[in-house]
Write a protein that binds this ligand. Structure first.
Ligand SMILES: Oc1cc(O)c2c(c1)O[C@H](c1ccc(O)c(O)c1)[C@@H](O)[C@H]2O
Ligand SMILES: O=C(O)CCC(=O)C(=O)O
Length: 349
């Protein structure tokens, strides 16, 4: 049976959400997500404008800021990242046009996430004992490299420019990925191309997940995405200027400000593992609200599934023993997304 779409629930006019969406008390959002008046700590904002200026000092300053944000927050907002705002606007218009289709048309692209087939249109299935669900529907497909994307069978066929704009956006994100991995490598005292090579070089994989968070009648009880760290190496995130992303920082959930033109960069587990904990994979979650639909576009940059990722040898010595076991990316996915071999992992970690 096809899982219930959150959009169907939302548009049915119900006043209270089904029990599966009610989070345990300790997970519920306590602060109002729309209260952005707090003058407390905020996600670092890094201006990338000087990166291409040819000024070596300017580039060093940006690299330092990226490394500091990666240690302190595991996330940052990037301004003047080099991706044109018109391309971003077209990408977002295409994704929104797809989700604006009637549900029956989107169902033609439905995935089978219960069998581990997550490509296509889907909604989260419970993968834990408590059976908790997230208040979102999504579309998930491979973006890069070209030979791994099956546009005809796994990408939205509507709107007609979806493929053109999404491919163009993927190309830009791939360039930015190389720049960020270069900065992170140099800041660890490594050669610029080191981390990109470990992550597969030309075979580095990028996946796009469009998160669609319908209006929720009881946002104080639900979560759009539950608290997690990304399994990827890097995640680049765009959104439709509706607040909702929260980062866990020094024991507190901080709502990311919506900054026009900014791209949010989230560090994932693979970078934390490779750097042996020098960089951190930021814990984050997504809230929902009563008034507005929220949409976000996450590009997950990952190693190929069979790549074995562990702490890089330069990061390990007598004073810095390995903090993580080496394992294939597929093993990491199975453990974190599908909770396979959990008992074994618990016993060995
Ligand atoms: O490469 C990644 C990195 C991630 O951080 C995630 C991902 C893939 O996929 C998750 C996902 C997508 C679709 C589903 O049906 C899932 O059960 C999980 C995604 O949410 C994310 O954490
Ligand atoms: O929508 C967001 O802001 C966060 C999305 C996210 O964390 C995810 O898709 O893994």
């Amino acid at each position: 049976m096809a899982p219930a779409r959150v959009e169907t629930l939302s548009s049915s006019g119900l006043e209270s959400i089904p029990l599966e969406y009610v989070r345990p008390v300790e997970e519920r959002p306590t602060d109002s997500v729309l209260d952005l008046t707090d003058h407390g700590p905020q996600l670092p904002v890094i201006d990338f404008a000087g990166w291409h200026s040819g000024d070596a000092e300017e580039r060093k300053k940006i690299m330092r800021e990226i490394a500091e944000a990666s240690q302190e927050w595991g996330a940052m907002q990037l301004l003047n990242h080099g991706i044109s705002q018109s391309l971003i606007a077209r990408l977002q218009a295409a994704g929104k046009a797809f989700f604006d289709l009637p549900i029956k048309d989107k169902e033609k692209y439905a995935n089978d996430s219960g069998s581990g087939k997550i490509l296509g249109y889907g909604s989260k299935l419970a993968n834990n004992a408590s059976g908790q669900l997230e208040w979102e529907d999504y579309y998930f497909h491979i973006l890069w490299p070209e030979h791994k994307r099956d546009v005809a069978n796994t990408w939205p066929g509507y709107p007609s420019d979806y493929e053109e704009v999404t491919v163009a956006y993927g190309r830009e994100i791939r360039k930015l990925t190389a720049q960020i991995l270069g900065a992170l490598s140099l800041e660890l005292g490594l050669e610029e191309g080191r981390m990109e090579r470990v992550l597969g070089g030309e075979e580095l994989l990028m996946e796009l997940k469009i998160n669609y968070y319908p209006r929720c009648p009881q946002p104080e009880l639900a979560l759009g995405v539950e608290a997690h760290t990304d399994i990827s190496a890097l995640t680049f995130l765009l959104h439709n200027m509706v607040p909702g992303l929260q980062l866990f920082h020094h024991g507190k959930w901080i709502t990311a400000k919506c900054i026009p033109g900014a791209l949010i960069l989230q560090l994932g587990d693979q970078v934390e593992i490779m750097s042996n904990g020098k960089y951190s994979s930021g814990l984050h979650r997504g809230l929902v609200n009563k008034e507005k639909v929220r949409i976000s576009w996450a590009v997950f940059c990952c190693p190929p599934k069979d790549a074995v990722i562990g702490p890089m040898k330069e990061m390990v010595d007598d004073q810095n023993p390995p903090l993580f076991p080496a394992r294939t990316f597929q093993e990491h996915i199975d453990y974190k997304l599908f909770r396979k071999n959990q008992a074994k992992e618990k016993a060995t970690n």
